[in-house]
Design a protein around this ligand. Sequence first.
Ligand code: HEC
Ligand code: HEC
Ligand code: HEC
Ligand code: HEC
Ligand code: HEC
Length: 195
Amino acid sequence: MALLATSLTVFARTSNNKVRVPIEQPVAFSHALHNGQLGLDCRYCHTSVEVAAAANIPPTETCMTCHSQIRVGSPQLAAVQASWDSGEPLAWNKVHDLADFVYFNHSAHINKGIGCSSCHGRIDQMAAIWKNEPMTMGWCLECHRNPAAQVRPRSEVFNMAYVPPAEGQLELGEQLVEAYHINEEKLPQCSTCHR
Ligand code: HEC
Ligand code: HEC
Ligand code: HEC
Ligand code: HEC
Ligand code: HEC
């Protein structure tokens, strides 16, 4: 019943629903530069992604670790400097925003060998980020019904360039599903995502 009532809000949430359309931000922060070229690990900024449900957006302080010395005075960084001076956080626009009646947890995926790129695409090649996948129920279920097709070794979760073995993904996947104790019975159940 609660689901039926809240499902109406799905139609009200029209923002950021487009797939593969870059979202404009108050600062032209580029993942392609910071992650792809400079090689910063995702966890340098998204510190909670392995341990919590939500992956945090870094505070201005994280940017100032470098930008108190690098490109000081650049117009591109004016909003970052202003945020640092005033203490007002930057107002980043959300790229992803699941409906409130859906439960999602980053750490549960990261710790079971699901890579960032399986859901977010090649972040290391994006200047401005877009939503790479529809993030609909059908899309979630495609993997929840057959995790062996997409699970990878845990050591490869943060590797944006990872490609599954050309042959033998299913064999590897089935081994990993077992090794990581992935609960295939629970995964497609309504109560996994709607609680
Ligand atoms: C230097 C800091 C930094 C690093 C390193 C970094 N990010 Fe980010 N990330 C940000 C900031 C700032 C935002 C918010 C602005 C934006 O969306 O571009 C963000 C936004 C995102 C978003 C969109 C969030 C939303 O609004 O839904 C995703 C997805 C993401 N990052 C994934 C990654 C992945 C994957 C990596 C590693 C490959 C990574 N990030 C590395 C700083 C960083
Ligand atoms: C580990 C160091 C480091 C961190 C942390 C970092 N940056 Fe950078 N950033 C750089 C470097 C290096 C450049 C490239 C400078 C150049 O091209 O001369 C750069 C370039 C930029 C530029 C382009 C500047 C210009 O004048 O063209 C922007 C905008 C930017 N960073 C925003 C951010 C934001 C926002 C954050 C925090 C979310 C952040 N950076 C965190 C090192 C860092
Ligand atoms: C199984 C799919 C999946 C994987 C794997 C995944 N994400 Fe996400 N990510 C999502 C979804 C879905 C959202 C939107 C969550 C919401 O709106 O509640 C999201 C949102 C984000 C956000 C915005 C903040 C937040 O938590 O809402 C960041 C940053 C992010 N992801 C970074 C990462 C990084 C870094 C990795 C790899 C370490 C990663 N994600 C792996 C699906 C995924
Ligand atoms: C590429 C594969 C994949 C995709 C896509 C995916 N998941 Fe998962 N999900 C998994 C795996 C693997 C687990 C771990 C299951 C386990 O531990 O038994 C998991 C676990 C979960 C859990 C259980 C967390 C917990 O703490 O019990 C939730 C909730 C969840 N996923 C929601 C979602 C939602 C919502 C989406 C779509 C936005 C999604 N997932 C997309 C593979 C995926
Ligand atoms: C793997 C996670 C997952 C599972 C399992 C799941 N759902 Fe969903 N559900 C979602 C997501 C994601 C959405 C879409 C939210 C959005 O649009 O932001 C959704 C949306 C819905 C909606 C809102 C209407 C709509 O279609 O958008 C209803 C009703 C719903 N789910 C019922 C169910 C029922 C009943 C089951 C069990 C048969 C189930 N869900 C299993 C993730 C899941």
